[in-house]
Design a protein around this ligand. Structure first.
Ligand SMILES: [Zn+2]
Length: 390
């Protein structure tokens, strides 16, 4: 077993984390350099962070050299060459958009965002950089629900968080109706226009979006391929324009994944639609969709479930008769990031890996033998037994 998994948090691991965080920010800034005047300054600043992590005579030394590195596997950079996090070492952050420019890859959205860190910038200095490129996931969650957490109102905190997870995107009129019906208070950022790369423009000029079958956030549209930016939401679709220039485009599923019988999403008009931003989606909605799914499974077994007790001290309080269980659902693409975060902050409950992440169990047990850990499958069995024993 490698030193990283078993040993202390040494400097090379911290340096590698900074290099990935800086690479993600540089990659994002590079893709918006034509729209943002100070984007190249951010690429240059991140080049400084990468250079500092590498030390003299090692690694990229100019912004363009760094951009060149971002088009290759991150493991090609000396600071990450020895990284035992193979998924991140294999990741590429920039590829060609087909029109001679670079765009962010699936790896950037799906995996590298778990490495985002604040990197010494004065507060408010880069407001145009999205939260998911510069903040840790727990900070994004904290900022999103700041006012509700400060008001110490557990019921409205739960209602508001649940609302975002269940309605991460919808027509504006539908959102207005739901908000007035439920009376939830929405976070300051609220909802934004659907990003351009999550929208398809049909030959008649109409703009369309499709909700992911797992998380309901708009799927990314790349040419004629439509899929959720979160890779474990694995369904991939091919789009075909309707019979006439103005008719609704249709999707057909092209991947071999499961579940086979998944309802194919129907195109919705994008002009009047809104969604939560990428950071809120990735770090509130994506894990939240699993948390709510697991809650429903437990309730089906007859358990009483409370969400995010004590303003999110952990995720699920589960009661079956006299027995109580405290569960923290951990859904990380990178098992290495998960281990680092668990080492930095001991969880207040038993860690549960959702069904899509149960393969991380062995790695976690080896790295942290004393950690209380289970999987969705094992925990459901445990609750079923507890129910029968009543
Ligand atoms: Zn999804």
């Amino acid at each position: 077993m490698t030193q990283w998994l078993t040993g202390q948090r040494d400097d090379p691991a911290e340096r590698a984390h900074r290099v990935v965080a800086a690479s993600l920010r540089a990659a994002y800034a590079w893709t918006v350099r034509r729209q943002r005047r100070d984007a190249m300054r951010e690429v240059a600043r991140m080049t400084g962070v990468v250079m500092e992590a590498h030390g003299p005579g090692n690694g990229p030394v100019t912004p363009l050299e760094l951009v060149g590195c971002l088009r290759q596997r991150l493991g090609e950079m000396p600071a990450l060459a020895a990284s035992t996090d193979e998924t991140i070492a294999r990741a590429v952050l920039l590829d060609s958009d087909g029109d001679g420019d670079d765009r962010l890859t699936t790896d950037a959205y799906d995996l590298a965002c778990e490495y985002a860190l604040p990197l010494g910038e004065p507060p408010g200095s880069v407001p145009w950089m999205p939260t998911w490129t510069r903040m840790r996931a727990d900070r994004i969650r904290g900022e999103t629900f700041k006012a509700l957490i400060e008001s110490r109102n557990q019921a409205s905190y739960v209602a508001s968080r649940r609302f975002l997870i269940e309605h991460p995107a919808a027509a504006l009129s539908e959102l207005r109706r739901l908000i007035s019906e439920t009376g939830v208070s929405l976070p300051a950022g609220g909802y934004i226009d659907i990003p351009a790369d999550h929208v398809h423009r049909s030959p008649g000029g109409e703009r369309w979006w499709w909700p992911c079958a797992f998380c309901r956030w708009p799927m990314a549209v790349t040419g004629t391929t439509v899929r959720c930016r979160y890779v474990p939401h694995a369904a991939v679709y091919q789009l075909a324009d309707g019979r006439t220039a103005r008719s609704r485009p249709k999707l057909s599923r092209v991947d071999e994944g499961r579940p086979r019988r998944l309802a194919t999403p129907v195109a919705r008009p994008a002009d009047d639609a809104r969604c939560v931003d990428f950071g809120v989606w990735r770090f509130v909605v994506v894990p939240g969709a699993s948390e709510l799914r697991i809650m429903r499974e437990l309730e089906d077994l007859g358990a009483a479930v409370e969400l995010w007790p004590d303003l999110d001290r952990y995720d699920l309080h589960v009661r079956v008769g006299e027995r109580e269980f405290r569960i923290d659902v951990k859904e990380y693409r990178s098992a290495h990031r998960l281990i680092a975060d668990l080492r930095a902050r001991t969880p207040a409950a038993r860690v549960l890996l959702p069904a899509t992440h149960e393969h991380q169990l062995g790695t976690l047990r080896t790295a942290m033998p004393s950690l209380q850990i289970t999987t969705e499958t094992k925990f459901l069995t445990e609750v079923r037994r507890a129910r029968r024993a009543r």
